[in-house]
Structure formats: C-alpha cells, structure tokens
Design a protein around this ligand. Structure first.
Ligand SMILES: Cc1ncc(COP(=O)(O)O)c(C=O)c1O
Length: 461
C-alpha cells in the first residue's frame, strides 16, 4: 500500500512521534492492514514536507512499539502479529494492558518460594562454589536429582542415563544437534510446539507434519511418511500435547514405537506436561529404550526461569549429548541447577507440580463455564484449550480482534508444520492469567467476540 499518508496535522507531538502514533491508530482501525507496506521514507518525507530523518525516526518508533517490521528489499511492513509464531522475545511487558493468554505459561502464581530458597542457600557452607566453572554432568547429586525427577515424570531410569540441559527446548536442540546432520528430516505432529521450528531452523533440519486425530499422532500416517521419505527422528509430546492437549493411548504409543523401531527413528519424547496427567500410559522411551530420549522439564511443572530439564538418553548417545551441552553453553548454570536440585530433593518440585495441576483444573472449569457452549479441545488439567472457531472467523483475524480488545491468544497457524493446513482455531493459555478473576475477565472478552460474530469483511465466500 503506497497511498497511505498519515494524518499528523492536528497532533501536538513531535512529528516523528505523530507519525508513529498515526501508524498505530490506523492499524487499530484497520485502515492499515497486516502485510501493508508503508510508503518509502523519502516519498513520505516529501509528502509531509519533513526531513527523511524524521520519517525514519517515526518508522523506528512504530517498529519499537511492535506494529511494523522492516524487511530487506521490501521496506516497512505492517506486522501480522497474530499469524506470527509466539515469539519469546515479544512477551507482553509491563505498561501494556494485554493479558497474555498467547504463551504457554505455567501459572506463575504457583511458583516455589524463591526468598525462602535463597535464605536456605545463604546458610549453605561453601555456597560460593556455585559461581565457579564445574562439571554438573558428572556430579552424582545433580544426576540423582535428575533421575528422581524423570522417575516422577513416569520413566524408570537410573542416574547414569541422565543428561542435564538448560530447559526442554535446549534438550531438544542438543539431542537433534548431536545426532542429526543438516538436511535431515524430523517427523512431528502436524500441529506441534513452536520450539521445534526454532531448533530445526537453527540446525537446518526439515520437519514433516504427521496427521493427527483426537488421540494425537496417527501411526498409519507416520508409517506412510516413513515409506515415502527417509526420516531420522520423531519428535512427539505423548502426554498433554501442545497445542491440542491430546494424550496418546497405550496402544498408540506402542504402534508409534513399532514404526520408529522399524524405520530406525530416534524418538524425542517431550514430556514437559507429564505432571498434568500423571496417570498417562507408559512412556514410548520405555518401549524403545535403545532410541528413546525422554525429556522431563521443570519449566511447566516448577518454574521456567530455572532453565533446567533432564534427558534420559540411551547409552550410545549420552556423551554426545553432554558434548553438545558443553558446546552450546559450557555448563548448565549451577545456581538454578542447585535450586532445582534442592526442590527435587525436598519434594518442593513435586508439590509445586501438584499445585499447578490443581490450579489448571480449576481454570479449566472456568473455561467450561464461560466457553462451554463452543467447541474446543482440552484436557481436564491442561494449561491450554484449543478453541475451534465458528465458520465465519479466520483464526488470524480472531486473534487480532482479541488482541485489540486486550487479550493475546495464538492462532493454530503458529503451531502448524509448514505445508500442513492449520484449522481455524486458537490456542488459549489458561495459565497466562495472573489469577482466576483476570482469567474470567479475559475469557469473557473471548466469549463476547464470539457472540458478536465476525465483522462482514471476515465472512468467507
Ligand atoms: C511441549 C513443550 N516443550 C518444550 C517447551 C519449552 O520448554 P522450556 O522452557 O523448558 O525450554 C514448551 C514451552 O512452551 C513446550 O510447550
């Protein structure tokens, strides 16, 4: 769109700020639409009779406020924030009024008491050792804590099989980084955790989506994909899948394991949500231990700021994974690892996970109360729901509308493996609200949008 000229005449702001504010106002009213290109800076400077520097500053300010982005060779574009993948660098910050139900947040209000833990640490003898270089991967105490956490997450392991990583995403990265080559193919659910896309992009891996049904990934579809193309790994979330909250049945797990064994796939079993369904069936890694990498994270069960996760890895891969951890960050940071270890040892970690599950259950009931007349996928103790939108809505537009009314949510496209057609659905993270009243208000906003219906321009032909 090159005909857009901002209305800055009446503004008392400095002109650069008036330009930025005009861009924001026009995005809010729909005069500027996602994907629209702003006029070249030189052209706009001429139109407004100001210097190019003033326009540049205005464009920079609009980008800083998150409504535009520069694309090399394409000028400045209005961002389609709803269709973009949730970006960890774009979290809702202080000073904004958005309620962030777009990020998979694990109910911050239920984190363990950090001051109490620090007070305990302060009295530990030799605590300054935590500031030194060290070898946590060889420390029997840290490995024992990792083993305990993995066992509490459903897989029976001994500490010798544990590799410590800086969060589940890092665990996925070091596993794939250590055991695949650029260009290799990873199979994943057709709607999957966006962390996989970031890792695959970094490692130059290809990802192929596998068709899912209500239970999760379909083994016959995985088999068909394996017959067609030579894949190296399967990435899956058997328990409370992100974003569908599906839980693979025992039979599905066995069938997927059989295909993985037949086609020699590594199985990366991301079980960060296992605490939300502790009675889920046997892990796939127990069925195919020779190829299973079971990831038990602490981010969703205890606190994401810890950046600690554990991988139970088969013998052939343990040293390779440890080398990949060392290559990527020398060592997992000892201070949070010490906290994680203390909390696993004294039971704080599992009690926190239980509290979060109970709070998630209460929040699911609130969702049921407010959105119960609409169709959505969820599990009774999951952090998220995946809301199927009525026919007249496109998910990106719905998410834009919710954002406009103060609630961030994520369209299903953010989770779709390239080449897979996402449903017109949005993931709503119930864990993102600070408390139940805030969640209730935010969900009422969503319900109101649904009740209002799509504006005419959204009606599909
Ligand atoms: C399934 C899944 N795996 C991994 C991650 C990333 O976890 P971490 O913060 O431990 O890196 C997320 C975050 O939302 C997730 O949903």
């Amino acid at each position: 769109m090159t005909t857009w000229i901002p209305d800055v005449g009446a503004s008392t702001d400095p002109i650069y700020l008036a330009i930025a504010k005009a861009i924001m106002a026009d995005v809010a009213t729909g005069r500027l639409k996602p994907g629209d290109r702003l006029p070249p800076q030189r052209e706009l400077a001429r139109e407004l009779n100001v210097s190019i520097g003033t326009v540049t500053r205005g464009y920079i300010e609009a980008a800083r406020r998150g409504v535009t982005r520069g694309k090399s060779g394409r000028g400045t574009i209005v961002r389609d924030t709803a269709a973009e993948r949730p970006d960890s660098r774009l979290r809702v910050g202080p000073g904004t009024e958005l309620v962030d139900l777009g990020t998979n947040l694990p109910i911050h209000g239920e984190h363990p008491d950090l001051s109490k833990a620090f007070a305990g640490l302060a009295h530990q003898e030799g605590v300054s050792r935590l500031l030194r270089y060290q070898a946590p991967q060889e420390d029997p105490r840290y490995l024992a804590a990792g083993g305990k956490w993995i066992r509490e997450s459903g897989l029976n392991v001994d500490p010798g099989s544990v590799v410590i990583a800086a969060g589940a995403q890092h665990a996925v990265m070091v596993t794939l980084g250590a055991l695949t080559e650029p260009g290799d193919l990873v199979f994943a659910d057709e709607l999957t955790c966006p962390a996989l896309f970031e890792v695959a992009q970094l490692l130059r891996l290809r990802v192929q989506g596998i068709v899912m049904d209500d239970v999760g990934m379909r083994p016959d579809a995985l088999l068909a994909a394996c017959r067609q193309r030579n894949g190296q790994a399967l990435y899956c979330m058997p328990t409370v899948q992100n974003p569908t909250s599906a839980i693979l049945t025992a039979e599905r797990r066995r069938e997927l394991a059989e295909v993985a064994r037949e086609y020699d796939l590594l199985v990366i079993e991301d079980e960060v949500h296992r605490h939300l369904a502790p009675d889920a069936p046997q892990p796939i890694s127990e069925i195919v231990p020779e190829r299973g990498f079971f990831i038990a994270g602490l981010s969703k069960a205890v606190a994401p700021g810890l950046r600690v996760a554990y991988v139970a890895a088969p013998p052939f891969a343990r040293d390779k994974l440890k080398d990949a951890v060392a290559a990527s960050l020398v060592m997992v940071s000892p201070l949070p690892l010490e906290l994680a270890t203390m909390w696993i040892e004294d039971g704080t970690a599992s009690r926190t996970a239980d509290r979060k599950r109970a709070e998630a259950e209460a929040r699911q009931l609130i969702a049921r109360e407010i959105l119960g007349s609409y169709s959505y996928r969820a599990f009774a103790t999951a952090y998220n729901i995946l809301l199927d939108l009525p026919q007249e809505w496109k998910a990106g537009e719905f998410a834009n509308e919710a954002r406009r009314r103060g609630v961030a949510i994520a369209p299903a496209a953010a989770f779709a493996v390239p080449g897979c057609q996402p449903p017109e659905a949005v993931r709503i993270s119930l864990g993102g609200a600070e408390n139940r009243p805030q969640l209730r208000d935010a969900l009422k906003v969503i319900a109101k949008i649904l009740a209002d219906g799509a504006p005419c321009r959204c009606t599909r032909m």
